[in-house]
Write a protein that binds this ligand. Sequence first.
Ligand code: FAD
Length: 298
Amino acid sequence: MNVPSEASARRQTGAHQFKASFEFFTPKTDAMEERFWESVHKLAPLKPRFVSVTYGAGGSTRERTLRMVSQVKAETGVDAAAHLTCVGASRDEVDQVVHAYKTAGIKRIVALRGDPPGGPGQPFVQHPGGYANAAELVTGIRRIGDFDISVAAYPERHPQSPNWDVEIDNLKRKLDAGASRAITQMFFDNNFYFELLDRAAKAGIRAPIVPGIQPIHSFRQISSFAAKCGASMPDWLAARFDGLEENDPETHALVASAVAAEQVLELVDAGITEFHFLALNRSNFVLALARLLGVRPG
Ligand code: FAD
């Protein structure tokens, strides 16, 4: 008799086993906002654990992020998480945003340091009177309210971290300060993620480290974005997309979904049950990946 392995059984079982959250970016124009809502309304019936909305570089989308997050909750009933960064702002300014989230009934925050104005490659300079890093920000948020807080983790280390000891120590500090989970930077080789889990476990980190899954809807865009934030694009993966974006967008889309499916199913086989999908305000890839996990509109 062919007995299904535990892993393949997991692939076939229902939504209740998996927890998924979806990340959207704050739209900057009315046309982008239309697409945002279209995707939110398509994905909300999947009943994600939460939908998170990014905070534009240096706080550039402060008001819009607040409006989007409040509206997601009001219009769909899905829990919404607001990203928040502390770069380029005083503690008072950041605290005011946290108070605004609290007043609006937002209960979840993704707490981040943020990138310097010159981009992720530039050195971070603390605002005089500002929070020094994400760990301090988590402590500050905790003082204001009982939020569910997520922080960032980096399977390939943060570009500015000197070594793994500093990296894991920093992650532990953020979690010990009161975050409930970490969400990872995008990665395209699952081994980086598995190694991060090992390192975290050895350091006594018990909180979930949720993989951030980035479907490659445009190889050009995603590989450029990945390079900026220190996520490597393996040569074998680049080879899969070679020449498709310009010459054969349909095949590009098929390869992109196959690649994302392969990545997610390998994680499922390794026992991972929580996922954070970077939707980039598109719904199709996430809808397809959710189906692979047995998550259907309910
Ligand atoms: P931190 O954890 O504070 O630090 C980053 C690195 O600095 C650490 O890895 C560590 O190496 C070093 N470091 C920190 N403190 C110390 C210390 N005391 N001593 C030595 N080294 C130290 N950016 C946005 O602008 N808006 C967003 O909405 C947004 N969302 C994100 C969501 C996720 C899931 C992720 C992974 C990233 C997101 N980012 C966002 C990007 C993030 O702001 C950048 O990666 C930023 O450079 C680091 O933020 P952090 O919270 O990880 O910083």
